[in-house]
Design a protein around this ligand. Structure first.
Ligand SMILES: Cc1ncc(COP(=O)(O)O)c(C=O)c1O
Length: 414
């Protein structure tokens, strides 16, 4: 590992220059104060820096634009290339559109059509190549060399790091009492920029990184003081599903980041659910990770003024619905109940009227297949019920089970 220092990579001045460069292009996203999360975490105050409301739905436009605006005219004329299945692709594509630079994005085969369309919508040429991201990355590097295109790295780039740091610069202005900031880490560009600007402003501000338990490489790297690469990753948070830091982000994180913690996919789902319900904001799992960390035991923020960087909101709505259902189940607010009814379909009305009379919401009701063990005289159905909490849902299930015309065969209730 080189003995470079964080200051050799990015300075607060570089972040200030990035800020001047991008100010007219990006949104200065709001910091929304949340009493719910302050109460739940014991913090004096919690501010949500809402980068899910940024152009393209994530902070990525900041870094991409900052780097691309500084390319030589000759390089701009030839165009740029990037590989990404997600937010970086859209950041590069929009920056190219604004700056008049041709952009090519290589995405892996598994990329959902909606994401490809969104990237094309910003004017990029999208090439589908590679089974996994690493293959797309290698192909993009080959194409970059062959076609003399500038490769825009998603995180290991001084300009990208400085651009992402503008989130931290805004935070200082919007939330001057800040004690601790919590930021998710994929390859580490976002936290490197934010940590640089905050630590150079006031070294006592704590900077905490968060990663999914299934892609937790930054802490092991810090512990061993060398970059650790994961051979596999397993998380729903695809925005932060990287296998490792790289030299520049490792150097900055090693010097400026106070700690890195992990959160489970379930914790992120619960945080995403509460962000929708309480903060009225749609986030992707990577964007929910800092709130998940605040609500877990991993970070102690009692009595502090805390900011959570809500880094992105690019999630399709059916997936968001699935995640909130999981979150509600975990919070004891949603139960799936298997019921055997005597008479099909008339027996179903007892289920709907009882659920309703108990003040609960019937979400789904479907007829399921009878198994060999089921009574052939009864029809199995499955219902999803939303209620105000475990006790309420238990009382609904008990009320259903007390009816003569049906019986509850099983249920999931946290
Ligand atoms: C929504 C979201 N949050 C956080 C990150 C992490 O950023 P970085 O790779 O710079 O650590 C990403 C990266 O793509 C992202 O898309």
């Amino acid at each position: 590992m080189s003995d470079r220092k964080a200051l050799d990579i990015v300075t607060a001045d570089a972040v200030a220059a990035a800020h001047d460069r991008i100010e007219a292009i990006v949104h200065r996203t709001p910091v929304d104060s949340s009493t719910t999360f302050a109460d739940m975490s014991g913090a004096s105050s919690v501010g949500l820096k809402l980068e899910n409301m940024q152009r393209t739905g994530s902070f990525k436009i900041r870094g991409a634009y900052n780097t691309m605006a500084q390319l030589s005219e000759q390089t701009k004329d030839r165009g740029v290339i990037a590989s990404s299945a997600g937010n970086h692709a859209q950041g590069v594509a929009l920056a190219g559109d604004i700056l008049g630079i041709d952009t090519t994005i290589v995405v892996p085969e598994v990329t959902p059509a909606a994401k490809i369309e969104a990237t094309r919508g910003y004017g990029a040429e999208v090439i589908v190549e590679g089974k996994i991201y690493e293959h797309s990355y290698e192909y993009a590097l080959e194409l970059a060399e062959e076609m003399e295109l500038e490769f825009i790295h998603p995180f290991n780039d001084e300009g990208v790091i400085a651009g992402q740091g503008t989130v931290g610069k805004e935070l200082i202005e919007q939330y001057p009492t800040l004690d601790t900031v919590v930021v998710s880490i994929g390859g580490g560009g976002l936290i490197s920029g934010i940590a640089t600007v905050l630590k150079q402003h006031d070294p006592s501000i704590r900077v905490i990184g968060v990663q999914p338990a299934g892609a937790y490489h930054a802490k092991p790297s810090l512990k061993r003081d060398e970059i650790r690469e994961l051979s596999e990753i397993d998380t729903v948070a695809e925005g932060i599903a990287d296998t490792r830091l790289l030299e520049k982000t490792f150097t900055v994180i090693r010097e400026y980041v106070d700690d890195v913690v992990s959160v489970s996919d379930l914790e992120m789902s619960v945080a995403l659910t509460l962000l929708a319900e309480r903060a009225k904001t749609v986030v992707e799992t990577a964007g929910a990770a800092p709130v998940a960390a605040l609500l877990s035991d991993a970070v102690d923020v009692r009595g502090e003024h805390v900011a959570a960087v809500v880094s992105g909101g690019n999630v399709n709505l059916t997936e968001h619905g699935e995640l909130t259902r999981t979150g509600l189940m975990h919070l004891g607010r949603y139960a799936e109940v298997e019921i055997a009814v005597d008479n099909w379909p008339t027996g179903v009305s007892a289920v709907t009227t009882t659920t309703e009379s108990q003040g609960a919401e019937l979400d789904v009701l479907e007829r399921t297949r009878r198994t060999a063990q089921d009574d052939p005289n009864r029809t199995p159905i499955r219902v999803g019920i939303e209620g105000s909490g475990t006790e309420h849902l238990q009382s609904v299930i008990d009320a259903l089970d007390s009816l003569d015309e049906l019986s509850v065969t099983s249920h999931t209730l946290a």
